[in-house]
Design a binder for this molecule. Structure first.
Ligand code: PMP
Length: 301
């Protein structure tokens, strides 16, 4: 994308100038928080929920975001408008900021605030038609009592290790189990299974981020008359499910047709998954906050 503007600590800068210090504790220690948000046709999807989650992550790790939620919401909208992009992915990062080489966050002067807006499609379009193959991996989900998966921190090594295992297995995504062997979530998405018309997803305490797409899908499923249960399940339950799908800001709703070599259902995206994706995509614009674009600027694709 040409003319990309990145918000960095009070300024809009080019990609080349968007640099943070090697003394930033986000870089040194993964000390910080982030959000991934999506813009659909010029509307920021479930903006308030994402901002609430960001501020809750900050509260949890005692990282004071140097803006009110209203101000930061305004900055996100402004960054999207400046980039004049209608369908995009927003990455909002708040790190502890510049300190010394010691761990102590109290030596960091001020948090760094970064807002990046880019076009994004995590999975190629055709995979929504065919579904994807996944595996379960040896890397276990962080225990919620060690580092809560509800804190969307810059410490994503757990998830990165999952992506490495998925890559080595030559598949698009993988599922983590928790320390007791219950299915937790994917590296960057939540997991659902469908069995005999009922929809199941692991509850947060199993070790999953309670995703915003996950909540949207639970709401939509209930509106469509499905029974939805937040309930722990094992790999066996996944293998014998009628349908399996993943949800996330980037992934939206994507069908899984094979898990650890076991074909799910008929090996094609199931009817429930397809219906949920269809309704989700219909609702994304109405569930968004509109961006006001400068009229004269040309549209960037
Ligand atoms: N789990 C993890 C670990 C994630 O990083 C994400 C992406 N934010 C999700 C689940 C899905 O959450 P959401 O629907 O809010 O994007």
């Amino acid at each position: 994308m040409s003319d990309q503007w990145i918000y960095l600590n009070g300024h809009f800068v080019t990609k080349e100038d968007a640099k943070v210090s090697v003394y930033d504790h986000g870089f040194l220690y993964g000390d910080g928080i982030f959000e991934g948000i999506r813009v659909y046709s010029g509307n920021v999807y479930r903006m308030e929920e994402h901002m609430d989650r960001l501020y809750q992550s900050g509260k949890s790790i005692l990282l004071q975001i140097p803006h009110t939620q209203e101000e930061l919401t305004g900055l996100v909208l402004e960054t999207v408008a400046r980039n004049n992009i209608k369908d995009a992915y927003i990455r909002l990062v708040i790190s502890r900021g510049i300190g010394d080489l010691g761990l102590d966050p109290y030596n960091c002067k001020a948090p760094s605030v970064v807002i990046i807006v880019e076009p994004l499609a995590i999975f190629p379009k055709h995979l929504y038609e065919t579904g994807i193959e996944i595996v379960t991996v040896a890397t276990r989900r962080n225990r919620p009592d060690v580092l809560s998966p509800m804190v969307k921190s810059l410490n994503y090594l757990n998830n990165v290790l999952v992506r490495i295992e998925a890559h080595l297995a030559n598949v698009n995504e993988a599922l983590m189990l928790n320390d007791q062997g219950y299915v937790a979530e994917g590296s960057a998405d939540n997991v659902f299974i469908v069995k005999k018309g009922c929809i199941y997803t692991p509850p947060g305490y199993i070790g999953a981020l309670e995703g915003i797409t996950r909540s949207a899908i639970i709401e939509i499923a209930k509106e469509l008359g499905y029974e939805v249960k937040e309930q722990a399940f094992t790999r066996h339950d996944v293998y014998v499910a009628d349908e399996v799908f993943l949800t996330g800001t980037a992934a939206e709703v994507i069908a899984v047709i094979k898990v650890d070599g076991r074909t799910i259902g008929e090996g094609v995206p199931g009817e429930t998954t397809k219906k949920l994706l269809k309704v989700f995509r219909k609702k994304v614009v109405e569930d968004g906050v509109p961006v006001y674009y400068p009229e004269a600027a040309p549209q960037v694709i």
